[in-house]
Design a protein around this ligand. Structure first.
Ligand SMILES: [Cu+2]
Length: 483
């Protein structure tokens, strides 16, 4: 087994980058007529359960973490690197022209310390998005909300509540990665030195034959789970109005943890996923995989009170969250650990989602099957049997309707993310329907999800698992436009 250092990972990314691509970077000296925001990648110190933690952040000049803007203004931003290491930030959910996507060497090179890049492009996809390093720095909270308000929704009488969830470790991501790939004996699920990994039994997962199959969830034991940098020991309390309407804009920025969002006693209404509107779905528990976002509308009861919204770790008892409280509402303490382990994420919610703005119905010009493979033993994760080091690009031609049929042949769920495009879920296990438009879809073990997208944005776009350590060990390829 081979351990892959961050340097090797970045080097391999560089080696596979297209050397002939001309970088359409805008000169740092260029000034734009409209106001341009500045986001600085910098170091912060936060308190994690009583202990100081040095982390990264993406901060505006006024100290705000992350960015809120209107789609009308276009995306105009200067990224400054105030870290003492190279970095690059991906605008997750936006569909920039190739060259401004923020994946190292696809094609933009890493931004060196003290330097800046300018970005400028129109925004075609308003919604709840986020920005994050496309490197192991993502583990150290180099991630922040990127909220693009839709001018069509202006004047809606609802209070936005933006929360980014994360998984936190006092170990460095390099240590976590070596812990996964290192000299762990290949003796089954419990054999990984230094790691607690839960094996779950699931009944009749494949085809309902009633067989019990082992399933892997949560391959890293974290020290804490955060909601806007805070644990449930000291959660963020949002002041809300009695009888008011709240729009939760929730982002799973965790690197290796899927959550169930639990709205408690208030029934919520899911109105968008990954920034894209869906026909509203009511409920109290919603799945949120790594990289995904969900907008949930809540009506606050007409009484003084405090209502926690929790993010429950998939297959575990750990949880994080925040509180919505009216004036005079008493905020009770909530434990960071619940009584009962939650289930693994599934496709029940996905299978009832219907896009409010679906793609035009048309047959696919190209259908690309993609087998998601790999095991915890050796920590090797593949797409069609290949890792990033020898990946096979998915071909695309401008104007084509492309379908990707993602079949998970591994025993772990994977959140699959396509850059530069949003896709629509058009089938689950072969049953076709007009599902949600998204950019990241969860594929549980032994399940098949088909997504469709229109090839309208030429470039070479990353397609990968949004579990950071699966990606770092090779679970990535590209959609490559050919002439
Ligand atoms: Cu994965």
């Amino acid at each position: 087994m081979q351990s892959i250092s961050r340097r090797q990972f970045l080097a391999s990314t560089a080696a596979a980058g297209a050397a002939s691509v001309v970088l359409p970077l805008i000169s740092s000296r260029a000034t734009q007529a409209a106001a341009s925001s500045i986001i600085r990648a910098e170091t912060r110190v936060i308190d994690v359960a009583g202990r100081a933690a040095k982390v990264f952040g993406l901060v505006q000049s006024d100290g705000t973490h992350g960015l809120t803007m209107s789609a009308d203004d276009g995306f105009r931003l200067r990224l400054e690197n105030a870290l003492n290491a190279p970095t690059l930030i991906h605008w997750h959910g936006l569909t920039p022209p190739f060259g401004q996507d923020g994946v190292p060497d696809l094609p933009q090179p890493l931004l060196q310390p003290g330097q800046s890049y300018d970005y400028s492009f129109p925004v075609a996809t308003p919604g709840t998005h986020w920005m994050h390093a496309h490197t192991l720095q993502e583990q150290q909270l180099l991630a922040a909300p990127l909220i693009i308000s839709d001018p069509a929704e202006q004047g809606a009488d609802e209070q936005p509540v933006v929360v980014l969830f994360h998984d936190f470790s006092f170990k460095t991501p390099e240590e976590l990665l070596i812990g996964l790939t290192g000299s762990a004996p290949a003796t089954g699920n419990g054999g990984m030195a230094g790691h607690s990994m839960s094996g779950m039994d699931m009944q009749g997962m494949s085809g309902g034959q009633g067989m019990v199959m082992p399933m892997d969830v949560n391959d890293i034991q974290y020290d804490a789970y955060l909601a806007n940098d805070r644990t449930l020991d000291d959660p963020q309390v949002f002041a809300v109005e009695r009888n008011g309407t709240v729009r939760l804009r929730l982002i799973n920025g965790a690197t290796a943890t899927a959550f169930w969002i639990d709205t408690g006693s208030i029934e919520g209404e899911a109105i968008a996923v990954d920034g894209n509107p869906v026909i509203p779905v009511r409920g109290r528990r919603f799945p949120l995989a790594m990289g995904q976002r969900i907008d949930i509308r809540l009506r606050i009861p007409d009484e003084a009170g405090a209502w926690p919204v929790l993010a429950l770790r998939e297959g575990g008892v750990e949880r994080t969250g925040f509180v919505l409280a009216t004036r005079g509402g008493a905020v009770k303490r909530i434990a960071s650990v619940g009584d009962q382990a939650t289930a693994a994420l599934d496709l029940r919610f996905e299978s009832i989602l219907i896009a409010a703005k679906p793609l035009v119905v048309t047959p696919a010009d190209r259908n690309q099957p993609i087998e998601i493979g790999g095991t915890m033993q050796g920590y090797s994760w593949t797409l069609n049997g290949k890792t990033w080091g020898n990946h096979q690009p998915i071909p695309a031609r401008k104007g084509e309707r492309i379908e990707l049929t993602l079949r998970n042949a591994s025993m772990m769920g994977h959140p699959m993310h396509l850059h530069g495009h949003h896709f629509q879920v058009v089938a689950i296990d072969g049953r076709r329907f007009a599902g949600a438009v998204r950019d990241t879809v969860w594929v549980p073990p032994m399940r098949e999800v088909t997504v469709a997208f229109d090839a309208a944005n030429p470039g070479t776009w990353a397609f990968h698992c949004h579990h950071l350590y699966h990606m770092a060990t090779g679970m990535m390829t590209v959609v490559e436009y050919t002439a």
